[in-house]
Design a protein around this ligand. Sequence first.
Ligand SMILES: Nc1ncnc2c1ncn2[C@@H]1O[C@H](COP(=O)(O)OP(=O)(O)OP(=O)(O)O)[C@@H](O)[C@H]1O
Ligand SMILES: [Mg+2]
Length: 145
Amino acid sequence: MREKRFKTRSVEETLELGGKIAGMLRPPLLVVLRGEVGAGKTTLVKGIAEALGAATEDEVTSPTFTIVHEYVGTAVRLFHLDLYRLETEEQIAVLGLDEMAGYENSLVLVEWGERFESVVKMAGGEIYMEHGEGDERGLILRLKE
Ligand SMILES: Nc1ncnc2c1ncn2[C@@H]1O[C@H](COP(=O)(O)OP(=O)(O)OP(=O)(O)O)[C@@H](O)[C@H]1O
Ligand SMILES: [Mg+2]
């Protein structure tokens, strides 16, 4: 397990950090994004998507209601999921996560994925985000390897 810690002090810094982290994620890979509501998970995905040329920051919106958004980049096929509203493994089973994660160039980023054992099993890593003072956020990136 490789572990790296980061701190950001603004939305801008989190977007930038997303760009840096994008370079550390090697597809095919599924990463669980953990952290409470408003921790900055979706903001980080915006930074990652932009750096990968998969979508602009504005194009990346929270998939809270749609569950999954797909962005096709030059080198990466990015899937952004938010499982907050799902409750059972049966609901996870019909999402087709296997298929999403099955492309050679898949990067699957899953908010609230830690709530489901099947998702945790598929994960090659996790990013934990926590609130600090004001706009500060702490991040821990863990990658299996
Ligand atoms: N350093 C920071 N990094 C990221 N977001 C920040 C930061 N400081 C303040 N914010 C604010 O925190 C919120 C983060 O929202 P975001 O949607 O990214 O969180 P989330 O973890 O995806 O939440 P949810 O679990 O509801 O999906 C935004 O309102 C943003 O403006
Ligand atoms: Mg979110």
